[in-house]
Design a protein. Structure first.
Lengths: 368, 368
């Protein structure tokens, strides 16, 4: 590694710790773990743009996993899109994965629609609407099984990138962070053009109150997840804890990963020194949310961001990312960072974006 | 590696190819994949000793997986035993795995009882009695998903050990080998004191005839499995094909692995040069079966055997292995070989047997 850090990675929090993390994984071979789940919370009108309409959001995680494995989706036509037709950030991830030469492992935290692909079964169920205050039945079981998966993966890989796909995940993130006593209001991001903070806060508060309030929940991440979490969370937190005891782990995602970080801290804070969050420039520069404002409350964990820039893309659907839609998901930012770091900077932003443009063109041609 | 080959590994077929295989994996880090399934065939009275009685054989694969992950079984009390009380060969595997420093991955080809542990879900179902001639619904799906798993594992590990746990597996092995045109009669092994060749042949023939006969089945391993196979087979064959395209694969098992080898050859014979069978001395020296006689018909694939010898064990339940009961299963021989080869011979037979005695004592104390 030269004295300079890779130009296409930005530091958004804890720069020195971020530099140390980069040095540890520079030139190392990563693996990618994609944690999926469904929650009825994602179907509350106005909550999520991870699907053309609320009902189809059940298919989004399965479709994203299929996209990563096969380069196209099996359970839906085309790829997951927002109501405006903007394609899933999984297109970024699927482009970075072969450049990073990463194997892909899916972890099923609890879904209604299963991928037509192999995945680690953790015996979880899809989550209820968090307004019930009893979102998940048994987050401990899913967490413990995911720890085992993380331990196995840590024995075979030099660093692990953990991403997620779940519709409605920033609302459950807000709820879990709040339940654990963090000030998350107005800080979680959104895939939508206008971040519906008021609606999210209302939903989160209703669930927390139903479950007995913050005082009852804040000491126990399992209780907080059972009350107002989503099924991606115990899967992601578990695989991060299991792997993070041995190897560096890049938590690939936006503000949802702040909630997972809070859970990880509550379950086994000894791993925090092995963690970084990896996201996109669009998340770090988002004025309607504050990932650093969340992470700073939890621990001294660096935030790295892939400096992706779609301004010059040939395609409207990608250029629109520059207006602040979608921003992140399926570990898009973290997998791009892994491609850059694992290749010692030989793979850069331009190379990843070429691949993204190529995949976008191919996938859109297939739809027509 | 010195000029001498490790003293505790025997060559049972294709010695020169076996030496080349050993050189390729000497000092390399393995991973262990355990392919599980259930088949009603295993419940035909007199067919299998992989459980104290036919009904409980449904629990054996799940219990074996739990034993490998946790050092004890969750879905049953104690460990799986034969009707005579001889413990599962999984005790050998669980002892070799930490010595080999192998991560463990379970693949579910189709079971009635799921492990209380994570596993790769391949969306297969438990198998019917092969006398129906329609044992499996969709072996292609399970095979293809297992190929994907094998490809991912090959990207993270230097060589892969593939074992199995399924009750009734030598009968389905006989049936599939016969259906594919091999002369397997009297050649498959047995976990029982007296190998019930006549019963197995009758069961296999009945299934093959129901499915339209050898001429219809012999060109297509998927058709042969659908007719008279078991759900472990497409999982094992798939993960071997997926991994074997890139890395050496040790097929860990007895004569069941000859059937899997025949399937692999029919699906993608380009991988055969990356394969060896790894088993136990008890299988290689068994006079009631002939693993070499089977494998020689299929291809020039070496057979290695771990020279385990329980004559001096402190425990009756282990010494009984020397009378020819159980012999192999859960990749016992192959995982022992992996411990020896991966450690450059630093781990030897004595060390593995110490560990086995210790685990046996601990597990039996727990039962009492």
């Amino acid at each position: 590694m030269t004295n300079e850090f890779p130009k296409d990675i930005m530091f958004c929090n804890e720069e020195r710790a971020g530099e140390r993390f980069i040095k540890r994984v520079w030139g190392k071979a990563p693996a990618f773990a994609c944690c999926i789940g469904n929650t009825e919370t994602g179907k509350i009108p106005g909550i999520s743009a991870a699907g053309a309409n609320p009902e189809i959001t059940d298919f989004t995680p399965a479709a994203d996993v299929e996209l990563l494995y096969f380069g196209w989706c099996k359970c839906i036509n085309g790829v997951p899109v927002t109501p405006d037709g903007i394609p899933t950030p999984g297109i970024i991830t699927m482009s970075a994965i072969p450049l990073a030469k990463m194997p892909v492992f899916a972890l099923n935290g609890g879904v209604n629609v299963r991928p037509n692909a192999p995945y680690f079964e953790l015996d979880g169920k899809a989550g209820r609407d968090i307004r019930t205050g009893r979102a998940l039945d048994d987050p401990r079981k899913v967490f413990e099984r995911a720890v085992v998966v993380g331990e196995q993966l840590a024995a075979t890989t030099e660093f692990l990138v953990v991403g997620e796909s779940i519709a409605g995940g920033t609302t459950t993130a807000l709820a879990v962070l709040t339940a654990l006593g963090y000030d998350a209001q107005g800080k979680v991001s959104s895939s939508m053009p206008n971040n519906p903070h008021d609606l999210k806060t209302k939903v989160a508060q209703e669930g927390i109150e139903k479950a007995g309030g913050i005082e009852r929940l804040k000491q126990d991440p399992l209780l907080a997840m059972a009350a107002v979490g989503d099924p991606m969370m115990p899967a992601a937190a578990g695989v991060i804890v299991g792997a993070g005891r041995r190897i560096p782990v890049l938590m690939a995602g936006g503000t949802q990963m702040a909630a997972v970080l809070a859970i990880v801290k509550g379950m086994d804070q000894s791993v925090l020194g092995n963690l970084a969050i990896g996201t996109t420039r669009w998340i770090c520069e988002d004025r309607s949310s504050s990932i650093a404002g969340l992470v700073k409350q939890i621990g001294k964990v660096p935030i790295l961001a892939a400096n992706l820039d779609f301004s010059d893309s040939n395609f409207d659907g990608l250029r629109t990312y520059e207006t602040g839609l979608v921003k992140e998901g399926v570990g898009a930012g973290g997998s791009s960072i892994a491609a850059i770091l694992g290749s010692r900077g030989r793979i850069d932003r331009e190379r990843i974006q070429q691949e993204i443009d190529g995949n976008y063109q191919r996938l859109m041609a297939k739809v027509r």
